[in-house]
Design a protein around this ligand. Structure first.
Ligand SMILES: *Cc1c(COP(=O)(O)O)cnc(C)c1O
Length: 453
């Protein structure tokens, strides 16, 4: 008998022709975005910020949405379908009978899944006559993905990068500038929002909230510019479903039925939803009610495990419409953990609804145990996980060990959303035993908007 195969094929026709929109399959209607006074914001408000096609997708209730051919072609040229691999040496090390598979998004040029939506967003903006995209970035993952997509679709890109990251993480900035983007340390003198912060404190380190305010103000002052977001919104999650749609076919190719566990880390929810939603369909339709879905977050920013399910602002500054989500509150001062992509106060509304309904469960981990899992994965499978992705690795290891104790042999699938080769500082601190495990801060929701009462 031939040994079981270790990796699925990467034939081009595994890349789907349609994205999967989970909204019509949700067990309850998705709560709409609201203005602080409780009204539903008019479409024009979104259309001033985002390309029209993206706003349409944001509110769509069609189950399948066709991927434009140019977008699908571009995704293929950038490396899709991504690999689906079995982590055999990890299984052996753990001594588990569980079969562990992972979908590896780190092969994409900027090192993570984010380019899947960046390409789609740049495409729609380009055909609608937009000339420039503006966005914010913390550590630089989203900024580099959008900079690449802008280069491919001949759009100018301006990225407001949190000043502390701009100074401490020069490599991501170099990447963005190589792709031709303009990277502006935030707070900047380009916007009133930036100027007013600098007036009070010329050495302000910046924050994601300030950077968002600057990007939005920048877009509102330029008719030919639009804003772009890398997570949380429905259309972003939609674009990421290429991950799970490919994985469905690849697992089948390896002779597996549907997995027993689908795992991923959650910042805003896009890589996890991208992998999980095409599988969740089978649970929602009742065909595989026993499948378990596990979302993993940092203990230091525990929106799903300790947050409240309420309407809150999407940004730290309180400029955006309100979204119904599990939130630790937009004023929560997230401790400086290395997994920058997971330092968001809320999560995508559809994912939160699924957690509220008990269809997705959540776990939270400290960063030392997460980096330890990342190191184990590097030593067994060879890939250094991004600190964000290492959260998913940690959960997969724990679930495999739980199965060992109970004598079960589940099929586990997780998303390795990116590699960590530009995040070695965190691994250095892990090796030197210097990582700090921040306890969650007190969650104060007294200031949340009144629509909640
Ligand atoms: C940004 C990022 C995340 C978190 O964002 P989601 O929208 O939750 O996916 C996770 N992993 C990597 C590698 C990232 O760059």
């Amino acid at each position: 008998m031939r040994p079981p195969r270790r990796r699925a094929s990467q034939s081009e026709d595994l890349v789907p022709e349609f994205w999967y929109n989970i909204v019509p399959d949700l067990p309850k209607p998705l709560p709409p975005p609201l203005l602080p006074d409780g009204r539903v914001p008019p479409r024009e408000m979104f259309e001033r910020l985002f390309a029209k096609s993206l706003v349409e997708q944001e509110f769509s209730s069609e189950r399948f949405i066709r991927i434009p051919e140019v977008v699908r072609d571009t995704l293929i040229s950038l490396g899709r379908p991504t690999p689906l691999l079995r982590a055999r040496r990890l299984e052996e090390l753990l001594g588990t009978k569980a079969r562990i598979y992972y979908k590896y998004e780190g092969v994409l040029p900027t090192g993570s899944h984010k380019v899947n939506t960046a390409v789609a967003q740049a495409y729609y903006n380009s055909i609608e006559g937009v000339e420039r995209l503006s966005t914010e970035t913390g550590a630089g993952q989203w900024g580099s993905a959008l900079s690449l997509a802008g280069a491919l679709f001949k759009l100018k890109v301006r990225v407001f990068m949190v000043r502390s990251s701009y100074e401490q993480k020069p490599y991501r900035r170099v990447l963005m500038e190589l792709y031709g983007a303009e990277v502006v340390p935030s707070p900047s003198r380009l916007t009133k929002a930036g100027l007013s912060v600098l007036e009070r404190d010329p050495n302000h380190p910046g924050s994601l909230g300030i950077a968002i305010s600057e990007a939005i103000e920048d877009v509102l002052s330029d008719e030919k510019a639009r804003y772009s977001l890398g997570s949380v919104l429905n259309h972003v999650l939609l674009h990421q479903t290429v991950i799970g749609l490919e994985a469905l076919k690849q697992l089948e190719e390896l002779g597996e039925e549907l997995p027993d566990y689908v795992i991923g880390c959650v910042g805003g929810g896009s890589n996890y939803a991208g992998l999980a939603y095409p599988f969740l369909r089978f649970k929602l339709s009742g065909r595989r009610k026993d499948m378990r879905f596990v979302a993993v977050e940092p203990r230091a920013c525990p929106s799903l495990t300790r947050g409240v399910y309420a309407y809150d602002y999407g940004d730290t500054a309180g400029l955006t419409p309100l979204l119904k989500m599990y939130t630790v509150g937009h004023r929560y001062r997230v401790p400086p953990i290395h997994a920058g992509g997971l330092r968001y106060h809320g999560d995508a509304p559809s994912l939160c609804l699924l957690v509220a309904e008990g269809l997705v469960e959540a776990r939270a981990y400290h960063q030392t145990e997460v980096f330890e899992a990342g190191a184990i994965f590097a030593r067994t499978e060879g890939i250094v996980p991004a600190p964000e992705s290492a959260h998913a690795v940690k959960a997969a290891i724990d679930i495999a060990l739980e199965a060992k104790r109970s004598g079960e042999s589940p099929v586990i699938l997780f998303n390795l959303s990116g590699h960590g080769l530009l995040d070695l500082q965190g691994y250095l601190e892990y090796l030197e035993g210097r990582l700090v495990d921040y306890e969650p801060l007190e969650i104060d929701i007294s200031y949340l908007p009144k629509v909640n009462v």
